[in-house]
Ligand binder design. Structure first.
Ligand code: KG4
Ligand code: ZN
Length: 346
């Protein structure tokens, strides 16, 4: 079985063909094209939705053509067209969904509506890490910071379900990386830039707030941390109360910021594991490409639980994870009709 996956939820235009071998074998990536719009959004320090939609309109057809050519796959050989249908920027989603519907109709193939966050959690399957629910699903991306309990298929509906355990109350973790980078005059996207800059910094040099929202909460808040960096960089103390002597080095702020994010994530993961009794954690989303965060989490929790990270190339948005999710939906018989509409919300 071969499925074409289409991803246009935000600022990557991507397509991939993934093949499912015999039962029990992991899915195999035949080809993938990822076109990043970073250069277009960089002058604005963040994704401009209108520009993202226009760029998808311009590029998507060529991206799909090249993917099929690289995979050596004719449209007749496909068993389904999978598309990320939610959540995301609505204009960007409309481009992918409309294209997928047109292809499904003209090639007479099943249409598969994929949930982008579920797909992030299924990405490790691309390197053979197939995880059976229940597990703790953790999304760390530019738009989401979510903890889910992912349950196995419901005996009646056959569907997997996700129960939300916690989420960010303000900025998403990737958004915090992007905004802090912008404050510090580092390039967009901020995650990789902060990680690079932090390599020359001391993670304990600068005192920054760790917002845990009380002893029991599984929610997150990163806006106070971002504001503290802003004050520090302006040469004030972390509460903005007055100037401090000798402004901190940018490298030290980056390293300390990353350390705080790691500490908060580890504490929330500990709480979620204790509350649910789960013993496997699956991570997804662009922020999980951060090797410093990964190592800190592995060091803190790796001995007690199984930690499954996507390989960095499948951590950020990509068509392959959409195709993997699509293969599962096809196997479960969960195809969509051609009146499918995208949804911005999870
Ligand atoms: O999952 P993703 O590609 O798109 C969304 O669905 O949001 O995640 C993009 C986010 C951006 O905020 C970016 O700064 C962050 O992932 N990111 C990183 C790293 N690479 C990408 N954050 C921290 N460290 C990284 N190495
Ligand atoms: Zn994503």
């Amino acid at each position: 079985m071969k499925v074409l996956g289409i991803e246009t939820t935000c600022d990557e235009t991507s397509a991939a063909v993934v093949e499912q071998g015999p039962p029990g074998e992991p899915p195999r990536l035949l080809a993938q094209v990822v076109l990043s719009q970073v250069a277009e959004h960089e002058p604005f320090g963040g994704v401009v939705p209108e520009l993202a939609s226009r760029s998808h309109v311009r590029e998507l057809t060529a991206v799909i053509e090249r993917t099929l050519a690289d995979a050596g796959c004719a449209p007749e050989e496909l068993d389904g067209i999978a598309v990320a249908a939610r959540p995301g920027l609505i204009g960007a989603l409309l481009v992918g969904v409309t294209t997928a519907k047109a292809l499904a109709w003209s090639w007479v193939k099943p249409l598969l509506a994929v949930h982008h966050l579920e797909a992030h959690l299924e990405a490790p399957a691309l390197v053979g890490e197939v995880v059976q629910p229940p597990y703790l699903g953790v999304i760390l991306s530019g738009g989401h910071t979510d903890l889910y309990r992912v349950e196995g298929p419901d005996p009646e509906t056959g569907r997997e379900s996700r129960i939300s355990l916690g989420a960010t109350l303000d900025d998403a973790v990737g958004e915090a990386f992007d905004k802090v980078a912008s404050i510090l005059g580092l390039p967009y996207p901020g995650g990789p830039a902060i990680e690079r800059c932090a390599k020359d910094g001391d993670p304990h040099a600068v005192e920054l707030p760790r917002s845990l929202l009380g002893p029991d909460s599984l929610d997150f808040s990163f806006s106070g941390l971002k504001t503290a960096v802003l004050y520090l960089w302006r040469g004030q103390d972390a509460r903005g109360a007055g100037p401090i002597e000798g402004a901190p080095r940018r490298e030290d702020i980056c390293a300390s910021f990353q350390q705080v994010v790691a500490d908060v994530l580890i504490e929330k993961l500990r709480r979620a594991l204790a509350r649910t009794g789960l013993s496997t954690v699956v991570f997804g989303g662009g922020v999980t490409a951060n090797r410093t965060l990964r190592s800190a989490i592995e060091e803190a929790l790796g001995e007690d639980v199984r930690l499954v990270f996507p390989p960095p190339r499948f951590a950020t948005d990509n068509g392959a994870m959409i195709a993997v999710s699509g293969l599962r939906l096809l196997a479960e018989g969960r195809t969509s009709s051609l009146d499918l509409e995208p949804e911005a919300t999870p």
